[in-house]
Design a protein around this ligand. Structure first.
Ligand SMILES: [Zn+2]
Length: 342
């Protein structure tokens, strides 16, 4: 059995002053709390969570999207496509993932064994979040055995078969890479004069030019409470006027960024989408998205300056162009972007 790692911690609360980051409730004196180390304003801090909240909201199983991460338990590299246990904290206010670390399932077993003995913890390795989404029954069985601390007989971690290469987005008209993404979006209900959060899967609408001023067109597929799927039309122009975030996507990033992906990341960040959300959509990390967008922005600026210099100071071309595009977008934005097709 691997050594119990330091993080997450299970310790007794020495007072009743700490609060659970998941539910906001107090953690009472003497009860066991889960501590997750996090960064805040450049400092290392420990965030505390009730064990039941932690087991329900702070763990999931998935496949490593890259081979750059290391196991927090023993420091060994996690290969791309290997199943891993992800521990994360989510902001109760914004719903954004704040801190995330990955573990090889066998290395998380000692922590899980201690956690699952605590009162109120009703999650077990065989029902942990994300398990159902693994590709094969063999992968699921391996993860459950590893998280349960069962001997694996030296069997190496399975690795997910390479997925088919992502569709060439630009050619299909999905220049923003939303096709197949699950999103949470604040959707206006015009007649009732309010908006409500909807969760659904976006798919590219075929037919038409697929583009234009309002960008690619999509369907949002949401599940009805009484069963079945409801489709709602939207466009990039409609989407970016609302709060939304990508929850998951079928995309696993190829090693290199394509020019289309960089352009999509920049446009989506500029619309106010968080880097975490853009990263989930593109199958990349938030840091990679931010870094790439910043580098591309600098390059564009440099090229613009060089161009202006070469033309002997004709620098008004850029601004006047954006002034033309702006009003055109605004004028169009009130049309039937949120029409409901039943
Ligand atoms: Zn809690």
């Amino acid at each position: 059995m691997p050594k119990r790692c330091e993080d997450p911690l299970l310790v007794e609360a020495p007072s009743s002053r700490s609060k659970c980051v998941c539910c906001g409730g107090a953690i009472v004196l003497g009860s066991t709390r889960v501590g997750v180390s996090a960064r805040h304003n450049g400092l290392s801090v420990t965030r505390w969570v009730h064990p039941p909240c932690f087991s329900r909201f702070c763990m999931r199983v998935d496949y490593a999207p890259t081979d750059r991460a290391h196991c927090q338990g023993d420091g060994s590299p996690i290969r791309k496509g290997e199943p891993r246990l992800v521990v994360f904290l989510e902001s109760a206010v914004s719903g954004k993932t704040k801190h995330q670390r990955a573990y090889k399932p066998p290395n998380a077993a000692p922590f899980l064994r201690d956690l699952l003995e605590l009162p109120g913890v009703d999650v077990r390795p065989d029902i942990i979040a994300g398990l159902d989404a693994l590709d094969t029954p063999e992968h699921r069985a391996w993860v459950v055995a590893a998280l349960s601390g069962l001997p694996l007989g030296g069997a190496p971690a399975p690795v997910r078969a390479a997925p088919p290469p992502p569709a060439v987005a630009a050619a299909s008209g999905d220049t923003l890479f939303f096709d197949g993404c699950k999103i949470r979006v604040m959707w206006p209900q015009r007649r009732k004069g309010r908006a409500r959060l909807r969760t659904g899967v976006l798919s590219l609408r075929s037919g038409g030019d697929g583009g234009g001023v309002r960008g690619p067109k999509y369907w949002l597929h949401t599940e009805r409470e009484r069963g079945g799927v409801r489709e709602r039309r939207t466009t990039w122009g409609g989407l970016r006027e609302r709060w939304y975030e990508v929850l998951s996507s079928p995309r696993e990033a190829p090693h290199r960024w394509s020019a289309a992906e960089v352009a999509a990341a920049r446009e989506r960040l500029a619309s106010g989408e968080s880097a975490e959300s853009v990263g989930r959509g593109l199958g990349r990390s938030a840091l990679a998205v931010e870094g790439k967008a910043r580098a591309a922005g600098k390059k564009a600026k440099r090229e613009e300056l060089e161009e202006v210099g070469g033309e002997g100071g004709g620098g008004s071309a850029g601004p006047s162009q954006s002034q033309q595009v702006g009003p055109a977008l605004a004028a169009d934005s009130d049309s039937e972007s949120c029409e409901v097709i039943d």
